[in-house]
Design a protein around this ligand. Structure first.
Ligand SMILES: Nc1ncnc2c1ncn2[C@@H]1O[C@H](COP(=O)(O)OP(=O)(O)O)[C@@H](O)[C@H]1O
Ligand SMILES: [Mg+2]
Length: 205
């Protein structure tokens, strides 16, 4: 057994933009999976909005759909669905009908300046556009926190900049809370709270 995290504590303030850096393999993705209730820690607990959630496995899927948004290094858009349908998907999973879901998805895509692209399939979009659609999808259900694991890790500098600008605007204009893992020190400097993960311990910079 490998011990990845030990004594890692983090509290995320509402409306903040928190950044986590650290060497490859140090456990950043593991930590994000735990924060996102995709994995459970062997010890310790997760409290979300004042409620302990680790032990309540039965409703974690609902919490993930309703309260958490995920953005990964690879966009993981569904290839056979258009941009619009991809963004509408979490809304439909959350119980909204097709018409309501499409309307909300259209509004989001329009905010991202990608309305002309909404009927396109993922392979017809640039890397930056794919990632921005993935962010729109993460925002569909107005999550309290968006967890982004190296969201620009697979992009060239121009597209990377596009995605960062978008994330910054969402935080500034709507107070959207983000926890972001990144390797790019310049981008990390844009965030309000910075942590570095090393030897299983998270330290505030
Ligand atoms: N599914 C897994 N099974 C076993 N070990 C894993 C698994 N995923 C990651 N690890 C190990 O856990 C450690 C942390 O990985 P990870 O959280 O992916 O790091 P990072 O995201 O910082 O690069 C690494 O040593 C990695 O090899
Ligand atoms: Mg990782």
């Amino acid at each position: 057994m490998i011990q990845v995290l030990c004594g890692t504590d983090i509290a995320i303030e509402e409306n903040s933009m928190v950044c986590i850096t650290g060497q490859s393999g140090c456990g950043k993705s593991t930590l994000m999976h735990i924060l996102g209730l995709l994995d459970s820690p062997d010890e310790g607990s997760i409290e979300l909005f004042g409620k302990e959630v680790t032990s309540r496995a039965h409703d974690t899927a609902m919490i993930r759909n309703r309260d958490l948004g995920f953005v990964f290094q690879f966009h993981y858009l569904v290839d056979d669905l258009t941009a619009l349908e991809n963004v509408a998907l979490p809304l439909m999973i959350g119980g909204k009908n097709f018409r309501e879901s499409s309307k909300r998805a259209q509004e989001l895509i329009s905010w991202f300046g990608l309305s002309a692209r909404q009927s396109h399939y993922p392979h017809q979009l640039s890397g930056g556009e794919q990632q921005r659609i993935a962010i729109a999808r993460a925002l569909a259900n107005s999550p309290k926190i968006v967890l982004a694991d190296e969201p620009t890790g697979n992009l060239d500098p121009d597209h990377s900049h596009e995605v960062w600008e978008t994330i910054q605007r969402l935080n500034r204009e709507f107070g959207q809370t983000f926890v972001i893992v990144t390797h790019e020190p310049k981008l990390a400097e844009m965030t309000s709270t910075r942590y570095v993960l090393a030897q299983g311990v998270l330290s505030k910079l």
